[in-house]
Design a protein around this ligand. Structure first.
Ligand code: CP3
Length: 350
């Protein structure tokens, strides 16, 4: 079998529609929960290559997926730049803050950041050596805006108002922070590619927070700079952009940033993905994670609408956002089986 994900991303017709799920390694899997309890700390999992490799592979053992995504987190970069990071049960991440030029200047850069992230690169190499031939390995990082928002807020925040205010004002220190993140993130993705990542994804989970002009300046422009640098260093390695909840901003995002595929959230109608967006870029998404919890015919109908609307050669079937812990495992099996069934029945989908 070919590597279906890589085929779609490089303009070839895949042998089947590629499928993977954002956050596919995680708490909805009992084997993940068991290991996570034994190890005690999420960060320890991320920084222990043997364990991170094991967790990366767990969903592939259960489901017929076309990609593995490195087990790590977008907040490892700010931690490697010198901010304290911890994950508290039920609270999410707690991160040191940056809110002025002094804070930006105090951040570490260059080789020391990559040195701290070396265990993650090590994980990439281990996973690459273990994957079946048809499975593509995805590396990732957060987009500058999304990572900056966590650094400014000091973790999760209901509306990210302090970060949005800095973005709206275009404060000098905020611009300097985005620039630092562009350069560190490119080096980090580059190291993942050198270790064996075949595709990289840039998660701009909070892109939808930004008003149109700010979206252009703080999501599109930094991602475009990252893609240009990556394409220069690694021509031929596809990049997926995920400007979550971008709304009308999805149109033209690939053209303006140079990404090879655009991840879309569940609010976007499948018809529009098929008729409009998939003509300018490969589309990744967009089953609602809540519909995956619902399962049954609700899920079947959502899968059918998507596979009917978007041709397999322009589509990476995924969720509109990460899979959530209460998702029943048999619903994931059902989704994958339904996609395979639909594509088998209607070969013209390819
Ligand atoms: O399977 C995979 O997708 C690979 C691993 C991965 C994780 N986080 C593991 C994780 C990836 C790609 C991410 C990306 C990530 N991390 C994003 C972007 C995607 C998105 O969901 O929007 C963001 C915003 C983060 C930051 C983050 N990490 C938060 C806010 C939290 C706490 C909330 C939560 O879901 O627990 C995390 C923790 C986290 N990252 C877990 C996992 C498996 C749970 C940690 C645990 O086991 O306790």
């Amino acid at each position: 079998m070919d590597k279906a994900l890589l085929s779609v991303l490089t303009g070839r017709t895949p042998e089947r529609r590629p499928i993977w799920m954002m956050r596919q390694a995680g708490r909805y899997l009992p084997e993940y929960r068991k290991l996570r309890t034994e190890v005690g700390s999420f960060l320890e999992l991320c920084y222990t290559p043997e364990l991170a490799c094991e967790v990366t592979l767990q969903p592939l053992r259960r489901f017929d997926l076309d990609a593995a995504i490195l087990f790590a987190d977008i907040l490892l970069i700010p931690q490697a730049m010198g901010l304290d990071l911890s994950f508290r049960e039920g609270e999410g991440p707690v991160l040191g803050t940056v809110r002025d030029m002094g804070g930006v200047e105090a951040l570490d850069g260059g080789d020391s950041v990559l040195d701290r992230l070396a265990p993650v690169t090590d994980t990439v190499g281990r996973v690459a050596a273990k994957l079946d031939d048809h499975v593509t390995l995805i590396g990732f990082c957060g987009a500058p805006w999304t990572v900056a928002s966590y650094m400014i807020e000091g973790g999760s925040s209901p509306d990210r108002r302090t970060a949005r205010l800095a973005a709206a004002r275009g404060d000098d220190w905020f611009e300097a922070l985005i620039d630092r993140l562009v350069s560190v993130s490119v080096d980090y993705l580059s190291s993942q590619i050198a270790a064996g990542a075949e595709v990289v994804q840039i998660f701009d989970s909070w892109a939808g927070d930004l008003a149109a002009a700010e979206f252009e300046r703080w999501s599109v422009a930094p991602v475009a700079r990252m893609v240009a640098m990556l394409k220069e260093r690694h021509p031929g390695v596809p990049v997926i952009g995920f400007p979550r909840a971008a709304g009308l901003g999805y149109e033209g995002f690939a053209r303006r940033t140079g990404v090879d595929a655009v991840g879309v959230d569940a609010s976007v109608p499948p018809r529009w993905l098929g008729d409009v967006l998939s003509r300018e870029a490969v589309v990744q998404g967009n089953i609602d994670p809540v519909v995956l919890i619902a399962g049954g015919e609700t899920l079947d109908r959502a899968v059918d609408r998507l596979t009917e609307a978007v041709p397999a050669r322009r589509h990476i079937l995924n969720l509109g956002h990460g899979i959530v812990p209460q998702t029943p495992i048999d619903h994931v099996e059902r989704m994958v089986a339904r996609v395979r069934h639909n594509d088998g029945r209607d070969a013209s989908g390819c």
